[in-house]
Design a protein around this ligand. Structure first.
Ligand SMILES: NC(=O)c1ccc[n+]([C@@H]2O[C@H](COP(=O)([O-])OP(=O)(O)OC[C@H]3O[C@@H](n4cnc5c(N)ncnc54)[C@H](O)[C@@H]3O)[C@@H](O)[C@H]2O)c1
Length: 250
């Protein structure tokens, strides 16, 4: 029996990238999954079912309040409760890279709408269900680029810095309802060719400075994510956990 048997977990952006690794890990531990994404999550659902888990795919645009409320309702309708939310969806892949003068102001707004407002809206949408049951776990995803002050996509880095503030204040606001809120911070994970092509040469540089000298892969994130949604982390809230193979010590 998996350690998350009977737990209902929503993963935004769960249809692809690192989100699908989270979904596989959660399904393997027996969680019931809500794969919430802008794109179709039915392949992920089929995979989760093959792993023996219950799963549904829900279309969501995390930057839209009504859409996030419909996501939470769909999750509750499907499984009767919501134990955890993984705020993993993000705007990055189609981002403009270059000096800050070249960032289109509308793209800045979109980046914050998805990465920051989206994380808030999803937390806001699940909170009535979690408050009613007196428990819940919310995991927000930041980025090592915040520590590094990585240049070349200021809007993304600034949006991920906001995640730390969101986590800390939310943890205090929701703590009296038994809901934990934590941040999980990955380093650079070039999980497919499109990702790697966006920042050529970066993986080699980052790998060289790590204690563990290899490329980070999505599966490297899964154990810590499982910990943060499991009872093993029940007294952990408002915290940030870096999973980066020792690329920096903070
Ligand atoms: N890959 C990396 O190097 C890296 C490093 C640090 C942090 N992160 C963070 O990890 C998370 C996952 O990253 P990834 O590399 O898998 O990203 P990705 O771009 O590969 O996948 C993001 C997923 O989010 C979905 N999505 C995008 N906008 C959405 C919206 N408005 N509503 C709902 N879903 C939406 C996409 O469809 C996609 O399935 C993100 O929060 C990212 O910022 C990634």
């Amino acid at each position: 029996m998996g350690m998350l048997e009977g737990q209902v977990v929503i993963v935004t952006g769960g249809a692809g990238g690192i989100g699908s690794a989270y979904c596989r890990g959660l399904a393997s531990e027996g969680a019931s999954l809500v794969v919430a994404d802008l794109v179709d999550g039915s392949e992920m659902v089929a995979e989760a079912e093959e792993l023996g888990a219950r799963a549904v795919s829900v279309h969501v645009d995390v930057s839209d309040a009504a859409s996030t409320e419909a996501m939470a309702k769909a999750a509750h309708d499907a499984f009767g409760k919501i134990d955890a939310l993984v705020n993993n969806a993000a705007f990055y892949l189609s981002i403009t890279q270059g000096p800050m003068e070249d960032i289109p102001p509308d793209e800045w707004d979109l980046c914050f709408a998805v990465n920051v407002k989206g994380s808030w809206l999803c937390a806001r949408a699940v909170s009535p269900y979690m408050r009613a049951q007196g428990s819940g776990k919310i995991v927000n995803i930041a980025s090592m680029t915040v520590n590094d002050g990585t240049p070349g996509f200021l809007h993304y880095v600034a949006s991920k810095a906001a995640i730390w503030g969101l986590t800390r204040s939310l943890a205090r606001e929701l703590g009296n309802s038994g809901i934990s809120v934590n941040t999980l911070t990955p380093d650079y994970i070039p999980h497919d060719a499109e990702y790697a092509a966006k920042q050529p040469g970066v993986d080699e540089l980052i790998t060289a400075r790590r204690a563990f000298k290899r490329t980070q892969v999505p599966d490297d994130m899964v154990g810590t994510l499982l910990y943060l949604v499991s009872p093993w982390s029940d007294f952990v809230t408002g915290q940030n956990i870096w999973v980066n193979g020792g690329s920096g010590f903070h």
